[in-house]
Design a protein around this ligand. Structure first.
Ligand SMILES: [Fe+2]
Length: 428
């Protein structure tokens, strides 16, 4: 065969690219595929999930059926130990070699540090022990630190998780792309979650910081997926098995959304995937981000909430994502902003992820809201150049409560910090 000069050049270029690409991407994806296959054969967890003033939920996976116990005691009174009620989490359809467990710790004291130990077949191990602080009483003035993350890829550097732990957050909210499974197949999603939880740096975080989670596209379905995703109900049942969130959806309204309080700060974690119109749909009055029923749930909750700060959290950014955020859902965004103004709801802030960058800013359409609408974006703790995350310190013990935001990058450097007072985030 005669080879033209142009063909030769293209072939040589393709060969060069393949040579560069294969060892870097090919081998890491092969290694990940192998690790995913093996994930069900190793323990994962414990994970501390939802914590309330008097309860805590713990999740664990054992690679074979096991005799499991959880002992827990106040950190300053270790003799006063209590045992958790433990039950298996139904996973029959996944045909796992092992078993997932949920433990409920009940009768705890508010705003108190507890240590716990998971005991498997009579054996203790340091990696199966952890600690957490219970939530303060709902409505009580508080001073606490929220750690905010999103976007973790297990095959990327995990160096920011130790930096995150050094910030000593009281609780952790992770706003999506908690895994990059890119499917609605629950077995594949499950393997990803196990594998991610077997990452030592992440394991240390989830066993000692109460972790509340929301999905975004990559843990809900394919990239940029929406409410038309086939099999989304399987994603939802898998999601409920793998996290111990305070809830998922409302009666007759499936979804991953829920609300919870930390003293007199309240979080409304809204599901921007299950009901979302396709991003490419015309940006007209029929285009929805949350769906009408979930949006009504959100507004009703914001109206009735007595919390000083009302934190609305979801995966998608309000403005910075060009094709996959509220920016291309104009009616939905304006409905949200207008509801805050119409009902004179004070102290609303918005948290998001997805961007693979982190920052805090005031939305340029804040006139619609009636006060500066602060958005804190925390994204790419293990999937970006900067490996960043955010912390939010809420202090409502003063006459003018404050929210202090810090953006930390992967070298531990503080990139941004700013304080907003409740008096600034009010209709006056
Ligand atoms: Fe992401």
């Amino acid at each position: 065969m005669q080879v033209s000069r142009r063909h030769f050049k293209l072939t040589a270029l393709a060969g060069l690219l393949a040579g560069w690409w294969q060892p870097w991407f090919g081998s890491s994806s092969k290694a990940l595929a192998a690790a995913l296959r093996q994930a069900e054969g190793a323990a994962a967890g414990p994970l501390v999930g939802a914590v309330t003033p008097d309860t805590a939920a713990i999740w664990m996976y054992t690679p074979a059926d096991a005799k499991i116990e959880v002992r827990c005691a106040p950190a300053d009174d270790p003799a006063n130990s209590l045992r958790a009620a433990i039950e298996p989490i139904p996973t029959d359809d996944l045909e796992l070699p092992g078993q997932a467990w949920q433990a409920a710790l009940l009768g705890l004291v508010p705003n108190t540090v507890y240590t716990y130990q998971v005991i498997l077949d009579g054996q203790t191990a340091p990696e199966h022990a952890g600690s957490f602080r219970t939530a303060p009483l709902q409505g009580a003035p508080v001073n606490f630190r929220l750690g905010l993350t999103s976007c973790m890829k297990v095959e990327k550097p995990q160096d920011s998780w130790p930096l995150f732990l050094q910030q000593e957050p009281d609780l952790h909210l992770t706003l999506g792309d908690t895994v990059y499974a890119d499917t609605t197949d629950p077995r594949v999603q499950w393997r990803h979650h196990l594998r991610y939880r077997q990452s030592p740096a992440f394991a240390r975080v989830i066993r000692s910081v109460p972790t509340f989670a929301l999905w975004d596209d990559h843990d809900f379905g394919p990239d940029n997926s929406d409410g038309t995703a086939k099999g989304k109900e399987h994603s939802l049942s898998g999601w409920k098995r793998v996290w111990r969130n305070p809830g998922a959806g409302a009666p007759d309204l499936p979804g991953a959304f829920y609300r919870y309080a930390w003293g007199d700060v309240e979080f409304f974690v809204v599901d921007g995937r299950y009901y979302r119109s396709p991003g490419k749909a015309r940006d007209d009055a029929s285009k929805t981000m949350l769906g009408d029923a979930q949006f009504a749930w959100l507004v009703a909750g914001l109206k009735e909430s007595q919390a000083k700060f009302k934190v609305v959290a979801s995966g998608s950014t309000l403005h910075h994502s060009m094709h996959d955020g509220w920016r291309v859902y104009t009616r939905a965004r304006h409905q949200f902003f207008d509801a805050i103004k119409t009902h004179r709801i004070d102290g609303v802030v918005y948290l998001s992820g997805s961007l693979h960058n982190s920052l805090a800013w005031e939305h340029h359409e804040s006139d619609r809201v009636g006060y500066p609408l602060v958005e804190v974006i925390s994204s790419g703790i293990a999937n970006s150049k900067r490996l960043g995350f955010a912390t939010l310190d809420f202090d409502t013990t003063h006459s003018d409560p404050a929210m202090h935001v810090r953006i930390v990058n992967g070298s531990g450097k503080l990139r941004q910090e700013q304080t907003w007072r409740l008096s600034q985030l009010s209709h006056g």
